[in-house]
Design a protein around this ligand. Structure first.
Ligand code: PEP
Ligand code: MG
Length: 543
């Protein structure tokens, strides 16, 4: 048995034979031509044909992998029309009187080098895209059809690297996974692999020869290991894991794309909770209708110092764009209590869960709050962003927040910076907010009930203390009554109310929540489909 360590893109297990995919690297000869005008026309025709192929590819992949991931094919179309790239090719044809193939290959090499030498990670990634579009042009010029050869059985594809267009053209029924020697976790290939839900290892130092070709193998995505000719024990273990994964996939297959609607026609929003943009693949894979809670504090916790407006904007924009118009509710920073970042220099507190945390920090340090709000509002121009504020206890706080938000908007307008419509909601996670929910409902666009904190504050049980587990009753009638109160008060004021605490994912309560009239449940991505199943099987009238 041989083992190779790579960087895993997806946690799945794949078991099958390895197939080494070698790109049909196009051999390009430099030939002198007489008629540069007709050679230029030949290049422009090929350019148009390549753009058309990419448009077709875009349209078919939008259906299979979604708009955000298919966007790479739009980017490729733009790159093919980029003035610098096109002029470089045409210039070589004209000044050197050479064939279009040579001009494309030479320009491709030059641009590839230029992008590879760039400092910025994102720009460096574009080098692979240059190669990809150039290969496509060459294929058209050579009169061959682009695409991957037909595979006869399902295999684990091993390659030096895979271009996005190659990845997306993989016949999913025949591809169990892929392993590449090169590539990075930021590459479109990795992103597409995640979205397509194919286990993938990149940066794996495998020899692309008979040592592995055609050999039985296993990819353990959780550990990022490729086993070639695995031992019996490993094989048995992985088969077991694969079986469990397949059962989950079965559920996915039948429920994806379905509406969350009860037998008697009640619709409910099923959104996902995330901590950072890396969770997005799971969100899409599990068919979430949006993001109901983006715990933005993780951006702060990962850093040694305050994340800048620009850093935050980039992350929020990525999430908004990836969700392609679906709602993305970003919660402003909930630092404090169990989530400490040293650079906030919070004083030691006897009782941090009841201390200076979340919105209290934002209201006492408006400059920190404003930086985040600016990033959020700027990102709202790129998708459907909503903002929600944690740990609210009074109407007064909400009004103060609104004043700060108004200042931020004014500043952006003065600076001619675009922003979109942003719904503003609050978390209901303190008993005070429940009691005041009739008043609060008049101030905001939605409520999201944070049952984790609401339970700890209502039952006076520290959620961090395992010694108290025996006393912690998440189904305590006080909590269930509070949820009902909040939902009723929301509806009276014409706004919606959801649950984003862990209780929302408790399938033993899904029917109860439907009966209560809860409008939205936001849960970890893996819980969406099991809840959808219950919703589809429920008739609220008979509960
Ligand atoms: C909650 O309190 O229920 C909640 C969703 O927020 P967090 O768990 O991040 O405190
Ligand atoms: Mg909370």
């Amino acid at each position: 048995m041989l083992t190779f360590q790579g960087k895993s893109v997806i946690n799945g297990v794949a078991i099958g034979k390895i197939f080494i995919y070698k790109k049909g690297e196009q051999q390009v000869k430099r030939t002198k031509i007489e008629d540069t005008e007709s050679e230029l026309a030949r290049f422009r025709n090929a350019q148009q044909e390549a753009i058309k192929q990419l448009q077709d590819l875009y349209e078919s992949s939008v259906k299979s992998i979604g708009e955000a991931s298919a966007a790479i094919f739009e980017i490729h179309q733009m790159m093919l029309q980029d003035d610098g790239f096109v002029e470089a090719i045409e210039n070589i044809i004209e000044t050197q009187s050479v064939n279009a193939e040579y001009a494309v290959a030479a320009t491709s090499d030059n641009f590839y080098k230029m992008f590879s030498d760039m400092e910025d990670d994102y720009m460096r990634e574009r080098a692979a895209d240059v190669k990809d579009i150039s290969e496509r042009l060459l294929t058209v010029l050579n009169g061959k059809s682009a695409g991957m050869e037909k595979l006869s059985e399902p295999v684990i594809i091993a390659a030096d690297d895979l271009a996005p267009s190659e990845t997306v053209q993989l016949d999913k029924d025949k591809v169990l996974a892929f392993v590449t020697v090169h590539g990075s976790l930021n590459s479109h290939t990795a992103i597409l692999a995640k979205t397509m839900n194919i286990p993938a290892l990149i940066g794996t130092p495998i020899p692309l020869d008979d040592t592995v070709d055609g050999k039985p193998a296993i990819i353990d995505g959780a550990k990022g290991i490729l086993y070639v000719e695995p031992e019996e024990e490993i094989l048995a273990q992985m088969q077991e894991r694969k079986k469990a994964e397949e059962e989950q996939k079965e559920l996915l297959l039948t429920l994806r794309g379905k509406e969350n609607i009860t037998l008697d026609g009640r619709k409910i929003k099923l959104y996902a909770n995330i901590g950072n943009s890396k969770d997005l693949a799971m969100v899409l894979q599990n068919d979430a209708g949006g993001i109901g809670l983006f715990r933005s504090e993780f951006l702060y916790l990962e850093k040694e110092d305050y994340p800048t407006e620009e850093e935050q904007f980039t992350v929020y924009k990525t999430v908004a764009e990836t969700m392609a118009g679906k709602k993305v509710i970003i919660r402003t920073l909930d630092i404090g209590a169990d989530k400490q970042a040293d650079y906030f220099k919070l004083a030691h507190e006897e009782n941090p869960a009841m201390g200076l945390r979340a919105i209290r920090i934002c209201l006492t340090r408006p400059e920190v709050f404003k930086t985040q709000l600016r990033a959020l509002f700027r990102a709202s121009a790129y998708g459907n962003i909503a903002v929600m504020y944690p740990m609210i206890i009074s109407v007064d706080e909400v009004r103060k927040i609104k004043e700060i938000v108004a200042e931020v908007k004014k500043e952006l307008e003065e600076q001619h910076i675009e922003y979109g419509e942003v719904e503003q909601g609050i978390m209901i996670e303190t008993p005070a907010a429940v009691v005041m929910s009739d008043e609060l409902a008049k101030e905001v666009d939605f409520f999201s009930i944070g049952t984790n904190d609401l339970t700890q504050y209502t039952l006076a049980i520290d959620r961090q203390n395992p010694e108290l587990d025996a006393f912690y009753d998440s189904h305590h009638p006080a909590i269930l009554r509070m949820i009902q109160t909040v939902v009723d008060n929301a509806h009276k004021a014409g706004i919606w109310a959801g649950i984003c605490g862990e209780l929302g994912a408790d399938t033993s309560l899904t029917q109860e929540f439907l009966k209560m009239g809860v409008d939205e449940l936001s849960v970890s991505p893996g819980r969406i489909l099991p809840i959808r199943k219950i919703i589809l099987e429920t008739d609220v009238n008979t509960l």
